[in-house]
Ligand binder design. Structure first.
Ligand code: NDP
Length: 248
């Protein structure tokens, strides 16, 4: 997948919602989608970060994005419903949803897990993704070809000690993607998952502070997979979990 090359206009006229668009992988995905012609809706917690991404997209001549400041931890059903209605009103459809926002919480033995940390991780990494996906369905149905991408992790496919609630949340994401993909079947909507692999971002640095960052992939290296699953080149792909990096 790392050799995939999207056409320059692969996402022309598409409207794509990216969660966690202010930093890390989501930031680079939003800018990459805009570079390929998409109007990007930037959702994230920190408004100043979203504004910086907005400015970057305007500076490269991308379509004017929209900004949605939202803390997914506290977001309600009504917030998601309102977001769907606003997208419908402003754009008439939604062609893509990248469920990227995530938190790692704290790592350690499951025996010592703290229930409030556990709840927060599940809220942001699982419940909010399920809710936003559910409430975007009506506008995604209005697209001729819509792509939903969830974000998984290696620790969401194979259990590993001390990754705690984060790992459990990523197993849930894989299961959610598969269940949803079975339910949509062959329709205009396809649902897949990406495992980014170890990538140089603030999240990675928070758990591996001493790591040599030059040896890590950067978010830009992952973009062929993010483009492939968002573009119509993957319109027959449903229910798959792809690795964005080739295993070394
Ligand atoms: P970062 O921490 O760099 O970025 C996460 C983004 O999510 C930020 O924009 C952050 O916003 C946003 N976010 C976090 N909490 C909330 C919230 N409550 N409401 C709204 N937005 C929120 O992480 P990465 O870019 O590294 O990770 C992106 C995804 O990739 C995650 O799902 C992660 O689990 C996954 N992943 C990452 C790997 C890696 O090595 N980096 C490996 C495997 C998976 P703000 O900055 O405003 O807080």
């Amino acid at each position: 997948m790392q050799t995939y090359k999207a056409a320059d206009n692969a996402l022309q006229d598409k409207v794509i919602l990216v969660t966690g668009a202010g930093d890390g992988i989501g930031r680079v995905a939003a800018i990459t989608y805009a570079k390929h012609g998409a109007t990007v809706i930037l959702l994230g917690k920190t408004t100043s970060k979203l504004e910086a991404v907005y400015d970057e997209i305007i500076a490269i001549g991308g379509p004017k994005p929209a900004i949605v400041p939202m803390d997914l931890k506290g977001a309600s059903k009504q917030n998601f419903r309102d977001l769907g209605a606003t997208i419908e009103q402003q754009f008439g459809k939604l062609d893509g949803l990248l469920n990227n926002a995530g938190i790692i919480g704290s790592l350690g033995p499951l025996e010592h897990f703290c229930s409030s940390t556990f709840d927060n991780i599940m809220k942001v990494n699982v419940t909010a993704q399920a809710m936003i996906t559910k409430y975007m369905f009506p506008v995604l149905r209005k697209s001729p070809s819509a792509a939903i991408i969830f974000t998984s992790s290696g620790v969401g496919r194979q259990g590993r000690e001390f990754w705690g609630a984060y790992a459990i949340s990523k197993f849930a994401v894989e299961g959610m993607m598969q269940t949803w993909a079975c339910e949509v079947g062959k329709t205009n909507i396809r649902i897949n998952c990406i495992n980014p692999g170890a990538t140089h971002t603030a999240m990675r640095a928070s758990v591996y502070p001493g790591e040599d960052r030059d040896k890590l992939a950067c978010p830009e290296d992952l973009m062929p997979t993010y483009l492939y699953l968002m573009s119509d080149d993957s319109k027959d792909v449903n229910g798959q979990s792809l690795d964005a990096q080739t295993k070394k």
